[in-house]
Design a protein around this ligand. Structure first.
Ligand code: PHE
Length: 497
């Protein structure tokens, strides 16, 4: 039997009188404990082990109420009135002299009622009675009752039932308290326990290097860890939930064999859009959607890229495409803006490493002219990535995204056909959340119009997902702004990721 220290101590104590019904106080005395909780806890443990039988009794105790305490000190009202009556000459025993006798008005009214109950009558204002001895006796009985409970609470079953019911009908004299008492008795198995096995082990709270080196931990008993123990909630620093989420996403992609890339917020329209075969007349390029900069207003782009994009946009160059037609505007391509998506980072990565197969990802801020509401902010994050290698293909793209979201805790992913100017095929990515499909981002295989000017002929799987949307799901938020308001109270309560 694997008993804890407290159980051992209690059992050992009880074995000194194996047949006794032990009360709480007796167990406290024999164990030397001063905490009743030890007895209750160890008693429960021994009961579960079948070594002790616990009996519970509920008892009602009677104590004095506020009026009762006063009665114990000054005498019951009837007793004081009776004293007054007994000391007064017979002709003066009337209501008039009672009222001027110094009794409080609040007492005379109820007092007369009580006296009537004892056999005193009022006949034309005079207080009359026949059996004064009987009245004295009853008053003494009541006084004794009050005095008997004046110092401690008394179990109600040992008191006179009639007097209990009498005093409970009068206000403030007596009160009741219910208490549960227990007794503990050894069972057969408990009383046959072998005392020599009941030596208490020293409980170890913390394992130290010394204990490991000296082997003293062998056979030691460890203090059980109490996860219910009250503990203060630490309000020290912690990572912002968004930062934790970014860290988690980062480690998932690293785990999947991807490397991280980065890029600047300020970009040319050329790299942000023209390199992606987004037509210069595309509505998303207007001032309403994109933050163009005044300082700097221009970011220079190498002529070789401007030339290539111009050819691709105007007639498709040798990509097999017919292009968008019109005239490519080099000035437009060199306008400075805040990047509108992180796809600019991945295309630049390919341009810088056209001959190197790569699997890269990046998590970064992007900027769009959005009206702020529950689900929109002008500044948000994207999770971007590419697989650039000779055999890259659509199933590879889909399984990569599925793996990523499964690792994030969303195993149900579906893709739907979509359109982006820079991918073919293109797919929208949804995840299943509480029975609903939620759109989290776009993906596809870069078109030749994109990859050729970058200097590669390998296919490129590409995706760009919203981070805030995912954060809202994971953190259980219904308003994107909650992620960025400096409400420490709320931030502290957000789950650790
Ligand atoms: N850049 C797109 C967006 O911002 C997402 C995307 C990335 C789509 C890569 C296809 C390929 O929504």
């Amino acid at each position: 039997m694997n008993l804890g220290n407290n159980e051992r101590r209690m059992l050992k104590g009880m074995l000194s009188e194996p047949n006794q019904n032990w009360t709480l106080d007796q167990i406290l005395a024999v164990t030397g404990w001063d905490d009743q909780a030890h007895v209750a806890g160890a008693g429960m443990g021994l009961q579960e082990a079948g070594m002790v039988e616990v009996k519970e009794y509920t008892s009602r105790f009677v104590t004095l109420g506020e009026e009762g305490i006063r009665a114990a000190e000054e005498g019951l009202l009837e007793s004081r009135l009776w004293d007054w009556i007994s000391n007064e000459r017979e002709e003066n025993r009337n209501m008039g002299s009672l009222l001027s006798s110094g009794f409080d008005r609040s007492e005379t009214g109820p007092g007369i009622g009580i006296l009537k109950g004892l056999g005193v009558d009022i006949v034309s204002g005079n207080l009359v009675f026949s059996d004064s001895e009987e009245i004295s006796k009853e008053i003494d009985r009541r006084t004794d009752f009050i005095n008997s409970i004046s110092n401690s609470s008394i179990e109600s079953s040992t008191l006179d039932k009639g007097l209990i019911s009498h005093f409970s009908s009068r206000s403030g004299l007596i009160e009741f308290e219910e208490t549960t008492t227990r007794t503990w008795k050894l069972t057969k198995s408990g009383s046959s326990a072998d005392e020599s096995t009941l030596i208490e082990n020293q409980l170890i709270g913390e394992l130290t290097p010394e204990m490991i080196q000296t082997d003293s931990w062998i056979g030691a008993e460890f203090k059980p860890f109490d996860v219910q123990a009250p503990a203060p909630t630490p309000t020290g620093g912690r990572r912002h939930p968004m930062q934790s989420l970014i860290e988690r996403i980062r480690s998932v992609f690293l785990e999947m064999g991807f490397s991280e890339i980065d890029g600047d917020y300020v970009q040319s329209a050329g790299w942000n859009m023209d390199s992606l075969f987004i037509p210069q007349s595309h509505p998303a390029r207007t001032m309403q959607d994109t933050f163009y900069l005044e300082q700097p207003s221009k970011v220079e782009v190498e002529d070789s890229y401007l030339d290539l994009w111009a050819r691709v946009h105007e007639h498709g160059h040798d990509t097999g495409s017919r292009g968008w037609g019109g005239t490519f505007d080099n000035e437009e391509a060199q306008r400075a803006l805040l990047r509108t998506h992180t796809t600019v980072n991945t295309v630049r990565h390919i341009a810088e490493n056209p001959d190197q197969p790569s699997r890269v990802f990046g998590i970064g801020r992007v900027f769009r002219q959005e009206t702020i509401d529950r689900t929109h902010m002008p500044e948000f994050h994207q999770i971007e990535g590419i697989i650039h290698e000779p055999d890259a293909n659509l199933p590879m793209l889909i399984s990569t995204l599925k793996t990523f979201y499964a690792k994030m805790g969303y195993p149900d992913v579906r893709v739907r056909p979509a359109y982006f100017p820079y991918t073919e095929p293109s797919a929208e990515v949804d995840i299943l959340w509480k029975g609903e499909w939620l759109e989290l981002g776009g993906s596809g295989i870069f078109r030749p119009e994109v990859t050729e000017p970058l200097g590669t002929e390998w296919p490129v799987c590409a995706w760009g997902m919203g981070l805030e949307r995912l954060a809202m799901l994971i953190l259980g938020l219904d308003d994107i702004r909650q992620l960025y308001q400096p409400d420490l109270e709320r931030l502290r309560k957000m789950p650790l990721l």
